[in-house]
Design a protein around this ligand. Structure first.
Ligand SMILES: Cc1ncc(COP(=O)(O)O)c(C=O)c1O
Length: 441
C-alpha cells in the first residue's frame, strides 16, 4: 500500500494554514469541542494523513477507532461511489432496500443467527435504541452500567456514561434507575480486591446489591463495553464477562455489549465478546463498521423484538451509502484485516512491553488486537495515574508526526486503522520511544 519511511513535519505546528482555520474554529464553533491537538486534515492515504500545511502524519487513532480500512481505501471509495450514483436517501424507517437489508443479514450471520437489527447513525443513537428495547421488552426500571464506561452523550446514553464527571456535569437530572458498578480494572482493582480477584469481587458486590438494595427482578439490563474505551482502554480480567453472563442469565437480566469501539474487527475478532465466548442479548455496533461513514446497528435477540411499528425509528438511520461502505469494510475484514489486527497488535504489544521495561513510568500496557492502551504513572509501585506525563508524551509524539489520542485519565490509546503494517507499527513504536524519553527529562 502507501508506504512512507517516516512522518514529515515541515512547519511549526500548527502551520500557517492550520492556524488560520483553528482561529476561525475557535470563534465560530461550539465550545464543547475538545481539539486535543492543533491538527487540520487535508488528505489521507492508508494510515497516513497530510494536514493543510503539507505535514505528513502517521495515524494511530483512526478518527477515534473508526477508519477501519484507513483513509480512502479504493474498495470503500468505489462502493460509496456506486451507491451514491444509484440512490442516496429514501428512508429505511419506511422503505426497505437491498444494501441495508443484506448488511443486516450479514451482521446477524456473523453472530450465528437469531437476532434482529435496528440501524442508527451513531453510537449514542444505537445505545438509546438499546435502552428503549430493554425498557419496552422487560418493563423493568433499573439498568446497570460501570464506572469508567462511555456509552455516548445524549441523555439516555449519558446516564450510563461514567468515564469522567465532566461529561455529566450540568446535565442532571439524567435517566432515573441507573446503577453504576465499579469496573474490574486489573491494574487498579476496585473494592480492595487483589488484581487476580478483581472480577469476582465485582460480581460478588453485585449479588450483595441484589440482596440489599436492588431487586434483581427489577433490573432490565447490564450494559458493558467488553474492553472499556474512553475510560482508558481497560481489558477486564479473563472470565469476568463469562461470569457476568452467567449471573445475568440466572436473574433474567439482559446483557448488552456496547461494541461501538471494540467491534468490527478491532480486537482481532469481529466482536470483542468472542474472545470470551460470550453471547450477549443485545450488541451495539457503530464507529468502525463502515470505515468512516456514519452508521450504527443494534442487534437484539429475536424474542426481544416485541415493539410495534412506529415504536422507534429515525430519518437517516441505515443510510444506503454508509451501508455500502459497511459491506466493503466487512469484505476487507473477511479478506484478512482481522488477522492483520491480531498480528500487528501482538507485535505492538510486545514492543510496548519492551518500552515498559525501559521506562517504568509507562506503568501498564494492555489491549487486544489493535486496541492498545499505554498507561502512565507517577510511580510504578503506587500505580497513581500521571495525566501530565501522558499529555507530555502525547504532545511530543504529535510534534513528531504521530497522530494519537488520549483515553481515560492517564492513557494513550493506540487504535490505528486495521491495515497498519508491521513496518508502520515499528515507526509508531520508535516515535513513542523518543517521545517518552523526552517527556521524562
Ligand atoms: C463504547 C462507546 N459507546 C458509544 C459511543 C458513542 O458513539 P458516538 O460518538 O458515535 O455517539 C462511543 C464513542 O466513543 C463509545 O466508545
Amino acid at each position: 500500500m502507501y508506504t512512507h519511511k517516516r512522518p514529515l513535519i515541515q512547519t511549526e505546528l500548527p502551520g500557517p494554514k492550520a492556524k488560520a482555520l483553528l482561529e476561525r474554529d475557535a470563534k465560530r464553533m461550539s465550545t464543547s469541542y475538545i481539539r486535543p491537538f492543533p491538527f487540520v486534515p487535508e488528505k489521507g492515504e492508508g494510515a497516513w494523513i497530510w494536514d493543510v500545511d503539507g505535514n505528513l502524519f502517521l495515524d494511530v487513532m483512526a478518527g477515534i477507532a473508526v477508519n477501519t480500512t484507513g483513509y480512502a481505501h479504493p474498495r470503500v471509495v468505489e462502493a460509496v461511489r456506486r451507491q451514491a450514483e444509484a440512490f442516496q436517501h429514501v428512508c429505511f424507517s419506511d422503505f426497505t432496500s437491498e444494501p441495508q437489508l443484506s448488511l443486516a443479514e450479514r451482521l446477524v450471520e456473523k453472530l450465528g443467527g437469531g437476532y434482529r437489527v435496528y440501524f442508527g447513525n451513531s453510537g449514542t443513537e444505537a445505545v438509546e435504541a438499546a435502552i428503549k428495547i430493554v425498557r419496552y421488552h422487560t418493563r423493568r426500571p433499573y439498568i446497570i452500567a460501570f464506572t469508567g464506561a462511555f456509552h455516548g452523550r445524549t441523555m439516555g446514553s449519558l446516564s450510563l456514561t461514567a468515564s469522567n464527571s465532566k461529561y455529566r456535569r450540568g446535565f442532571a437530572p439524567l435517566l432515573p434507575g441507573v446503577v453504576h458498578l465499579p469496573f474490574p480494572h486489573p491494574y487498579r482493582p476496585p473494592l480492595g480486591a487483589p488484581p487476580e480477584a478483581a472480577g469476582t469481587a465485582v460480581l460478588e458486590h453485585l449479588e450483595h446489591l441484589f440482596k440489599t438494595s436492588l431487586p434483581p427482578d427489577e433490573v432490565g439490563a447490564v450494559f458493558i463495553e467488553p474492553i472499556q474505551g474512553e475510560g482508558g482502554y481497560v481489558v477486564p480480567p479473563e472470565g469476568f464477562l463469562k461470569g457476568l453472563r452467567e449471573l445475568t442469565e440466572r436473574h433474567g437480566i439482559l446483557l448488552v455489549a456496547d461494541e461501538v469501539q471494540t467491534g468490527a474487527g478491532r480486537t482481532g475478532k469481529f466482536l470483542a465478546v468472542e474472545h470470551e465466548g460470550v453471547q450477549p442479548d443485545i450488541v451495539v455496533l457503530a464507529k468502525g463498521l463502515a470505515s468512516g461513514y456514519p452508521i450504527s446497528a443494534v442487534l437484539f435477540r429475536e424474542e426481544l423484538s416485541s415493539w410495534t411499528p412506529g415504536a422507534h425509528g429515525t430519518t437517516f438511520g441505515g443510510h444506503p451509502v454508509a451501508a455500502a461502505a459497511a459491506h466493503a469494510t466487512l469484505d476487507l475484514l473477511e479478506e484478512g484485516l482481522m488477522e492483520n489486527a491480531r498480528e500487528v497488535g501482538a507485535f505492538l504489544l510486545r514492543a510496548f512491553e519492551e518500552l515498559k521495561a525501559k521506562y517504568p513510568r509507562l506503568g501498564d500496557v494492555r489491549g487486544r488486537g489493535l486496541m492498545i492502551g499505554l498507561d502512565f504513572v507517577k510511580d510504578p509501585e503506587t500505580r497513581e495515574e500521571d495525566p501530565e506525563l501522558r499529555d507530555r508524551v502525547a504532545n511530543r509524539a504529535f510534534a513528531k508526526g504521530l497522530l494519537n489520542l488520549p483515553a481515560g485519565p492517564s492513557t494513550i490509546r493506540i487504535a490505528p486503522p486495521l491495515i497498519l503494517s508491521r513496518e508502520e507499527a515499528q515507526i509508531a513504536v520508535e516515535i513513542l520511544d523518543e517521545a517518552i524519553a523526552e517527556a521524562l527529562v
